[in-house]
Design a protein around this ligand. Structure first.
Ligand code: FAD
Length: 825
């Protein structure tokens, strides 16, 4: 078997060794800079609370697997998970609402939870101050991971299976040759390897740098304190350091609690962020002790003062005791709070599994082992992908600021559309100035500023025909929303609107081998005449969706490829490199041209009138059909025009280089005046594309879905051979499918839903909302959801929104009338 070196024997590294052993790997070495019995990383002092439910399905599933695994890891009749349950209490009405939303996620992702009254909270947690608590969410399957013990058991078990552990040995360099990892360097010499996996915890930046990889994590100190013994806990007769009460969260004050025998452990996120440079911590001592380890810094009691007062109020039994021991413990935060997992895009064989909580550790380790073993991960790992950040997001300043922000917000109630406060204005498109002049309301995504609507259109709200009037919204769904979106939708369906589509990733794939690569990765036949545009899918080798893409053949050897998943650039780059290694004459180049170009969607029934006015090119149906691309001049500005719209209307996407962008905007704006052109934002776009049956990558289609389940089977060219995922697809075809994407329409035409809410059929949870919007054209809220195959069009379902069941009906794929299939954009 291939030689694997794992750097780090914390909860992630030890689990990974175990997951690999269970898959038959035989040549594994784990290198750890600290002593094996207590390596001194974050795991060595982790209190181990595992709250599984998360707004992210991926994170919840990673936690579910971790719980299962730790429960099964036993010695002397004791497992490594103390399933005491979890109780999250609310002390404000907002938090109570949030717990209802959280219960919705739990239904969606398949975790059993119960909303409980203040009385029940006190029944299950008698030490609580009943006066303070408005209610809670109880999760019976949550509990405490015995993380340090789990590491020792995993080491013991994997050693028996032949895994070699080398402790007190830092990895000081990553060895490589011809773009492939070949081993690691230590003070004792080299250890050759075909695969190196960095599980170095908050030292990930340093180890990543050895491999030339930016690992976007920030080590931060987080306060944890233990009280002196408490009589009320003594009476509970807990095992030494053990617990019998549920783990407790008081998120309104950034606090969590567990018992350590007769003491309380208190974790606090309310203090100022305290970033740490792991590189400056020095060598791990030979004798790591509980009080002397690199991941433990001096306690700063003044930062803990508010936590202590609040804790004594919530749990009055603390009033008579003192804090016995506190520390500022270090672990990793990332720009979006997710872990960093996967293979380096620039060094083959170098993998990372970083910024992972104990809660998700075994799940992440399994996913990495699956990737290395060529197995499919049943959990969609794209939101954990090491390649998900754009270059600007890898800047140390960006990681530092966003990492700290995530620390501050870790327990906050976050609205799905809440604008990022800072950093902002990192990437703006060439239209930015014009957008500001029109009063754009911007939201940030991947460091891009993207208009959601334009205040300039407010003046048109009074002109909205009755049937287009937006409905009144509840308080939550009216946050970060404006009825102006209704105007922008209306004008797009009845007139013409300009959409800034610049931030969508564009690659240029060129060279004699370009067609070979695209034929290999796309499900559709790309070998079509110059001037053709193909909406297609990229699959993984298991026949599940990796991304969707819009491939425009600009000339024989040049393609513009709009891609939706962030790992498409490294994926295609690696494919191109491999192909040219095999056949040098078929070389090709993959370039990200997003920032150097810009894109405007000109959509609506009057779009042709506007464009034709400033171009001598023929934009008629006959000369410029659907899914065609042409180069043209618009008011003397060179553009690449693609006939497509994401909203189910007549329209074109116009691309030009960034230097020409503002002039293109101005030319269209001027020509559009007599047609009533407006600028429109993403709020309208999202509603319109849902009505048109267009799916968003990352929510409506992920690696959990096959093309058939996503109702995108028509994007697989019949008879096409040799593309990635083809043989797996054939196998899928022989099996009956159990779920498929469905459009749901809310019956009362009023209750807006936002996404991730559970969907019930005959009283049982059967799916969740992948995305949703108010459909202005049809005058009803709509949503997509993967539902069991047996559920048919016109069947009644319910969507739960903050604990309230909303009745809805399964609708046709496209809501724009007729028997329109799910259309490509
Ligand atoms: P680590 O445990 O840090 O292991 C990494 C290992 O790599 C270390 O042993 C290190 O010595 C080794 N290493 C690093 N560099 C090198 C090198 N160059 N060569 C060789 N070896 C190297 N998570 C939860 O889920 N629930 C909680 O309740 C919880 N509470 C926490 C409370 C505190 C106070 C802190 C600080 C963290 C808490 N966490 C919690 C987070 C959790 O502890 C960590 O996310 C987790 O332990 C990380 O595991 P790991 O294996 O990635 O890293």
């Amino acid at each position: 078997s291939q030689r694997v070196v794992i750097v780090g024997a914390g909860i992630v590294g030890a689990n990974l060794a175990d997951e690999l052993v269970s898959r038959g790997w035989t040549n594994i070495t784990v290198v750890e800079q600290g002593p094996l019995n207590m390596p001194g990383g974050s795991t060595s002092h982790a209190p181990g609370l595992v709250f599984q439910t998360n707004s992210s399905k991926t994170m919840t599933q990673l936690a579910q697997y971790t719980v299962q695994k730790l429960l099964s890891l036993e010695k002397d009749g004791q497992s490594c998970f103390n399933q005491v349950g979890g109780l999250e209490v609310a002390t404000t009405p907002e938090r109570m609402q949030e717990l209802k939303r959280k219960q919705g996620w739990a239904f969606s992702w398949g975790i059993e939870t119960r909303l409980v009254s203040p009385e029940e909270c006190v029944q299950m947690y008698p030490l609580l101050n009943k006066e303070k608590v408005l209610g809670g969410l109880h999760i019976a399957s949550d509990g405490l991971a015995l993380a340090a013990r789990a590491v020792q058991l995993l080491i013991e078990r994997t050693k028996k299976a032949g895994v070699q552990y080398i402790d007190l040995t830092p990895v000081t360099a990553i060895e490589k040759e011809n773009g492939h990892v070949t081993g690691v360097t230590t003070p004792q010499g080299s250890i050759p390897a075909d695969i190196v996996v960095c599980c170095a915890g908050f030292w990930g930046v340093e180890v990543g740098a050895m491999a030339g990889l930016s690992v976007a994590l920030l080590p931060l100190a987080h306060q944890y304190a233990k009280t002196a013994p408490i009589d009320a806990l003594k009476r509970r007769k807990n095992p030494a350091n053990g617990a019998t009460l549920p783990i407790l969260r008081h998120q309104d004050q950034d606090l969590y609690y567990r018992e350590h025998g007769d003491r309380y452990g208190i974790g606090y996120y309310g203090h100022r962020p305290m970033p740490v440079n792991a590189g400056s911590l020095g060598l791990t001592p030979k004798n790591v002790t509980e009080k002397n380890m690199p991941s433990r810094q001096e306690f700063t009691p003044q930062d803990f003062d508010p936590a202590w007062k609040e804790s004594q109020d919530l749990l009055p039994v603390m009033k008579d005791v003192t804090i016995d021991d506190g520390f500022n413990g270090i672990f990793s935060f990332t720009p979006d709070g997710g872990p960093l997992v996967g293979e380096s895009p620039t060094l083959d064989g170098f993998f990372v599994a970083e910024a992972v909580w104990v809660t998700h550790s075994a799940g992440v380790a399994r996913a990495v082992a699956q990737q290395l073993s060529g197995e499919r991960s049943e959990i969609d790992m794209s939101e954990c992908d090491i390649s998900r950040f754009d270059e600007v997001q890898l800047a140390p300043e960006y990681v530092k600021e966003t990492g700290q922000q995530n620390f501050v917000e870790v327990y906050d109630i976050i609205h799905p559309l809440a604008p990022k406060q800072s950093p902002r204005n990192l990437r703006v498109t060439p239209f930015y100035q014009r957008q500001q002049e029109l009063g754009a309301y911007f939201l940030e995504s991947r460091a891009w500023e993207r208009p959601h609507w334009y205040e300039a259109n407010e003046a048109l709200v009074k002109d909205l025909p009755l049937e287009w009037q937006p409905v009144d919204r509840d308080e939550w769904s009216s946050r970060y929303y404006s009825p102006i979106a209704a105007v922008e939708a209306w004008k797009t369906r009845t007139g013409v609107a300009l959409y800034d589509m610049t931030p969508l990733r564009r690659l240029e794939v060129s060279g004699p081998g370009a067609i070979d690569i695209l034929q290999r990765v796309c499900t559709s036949d790309i070998c079509k005449e110059v001037g053709t545009v193909t909406y297609t899918l990229l699959l993984n080798e298991f026949g599940y969706i990796r991304s969707d893409a819009i491939v425009a053949r600009l000339d024989e050897t040049t393609f513009q490829v709009g891609v939706f998943s962030p790992d498409s650039l490294p994926y295609l780059t690696i494919e191109a490199r491999r192909l040219s290694e095999r056949s040098p004459a078929r070389w090709s180049q993959v370039r990200d041209v997003t920032g150097g170009t810009c894109s405007l969607g000109v959509w609506g029934p009057l779009s042709r009138d506007v464009i034709s006015q400033i171009s001598s090119e023929d934009f008629s149906d006959k000369a410029f059909g659907h899914h065609r691309v042409k180069r043209a001049f618009l008011s003397g500005i060179p553009v690449t025009a693609i006939r497509l719209s994401h909203v189910g209307e007549l329209g074109w996407e116009l691309y030009t280089t960034a230097d020409n962008g503002q002039r293109l905007w101005d030319a269209l704006w001027k020509a559009g005046q007599e047609h009533g052109i407006i600028a429109a934002g993403r709020a309208a776009l999202n509603a319109l594309r849902l009505e048109a049956g267009n799916l968003d990558w990352g929510t409506d289609m992920t690696s959990e879905h096959t093309p058939i389940e996503a109702d995108l089977g028509h994007l697989v060219t019949r008879g096409k051979q040799g593309f990635v995922g083809q043989s797996a697809l054939e196998k899928h075809a022989s099996r009956s499918i159990s779920k498929r994407i469905r459009t749901i329409v809310v019956d009362d035409a009023q209750s807006v839903i936002l996404g991730k809410e559970p969907v019930f059929y005959q009283g049982r949870p059967v799916g969740y909302v992948t995305s949703a919007a108010f459909g202005y054209t049809i005058g009803k809220p709509i949503a997509y959801s993967y539902l069991p195959f047996r559920i048919e069009e016109c069947d009644a379902v319910e969507v739960e929104y903050f604990g309230k069941r909303i009745t809805a009906t399964v609708g046709p794929t496209s809501l724009l009338g007729g028997q329109v299939r799910r259309k490509s954009p």
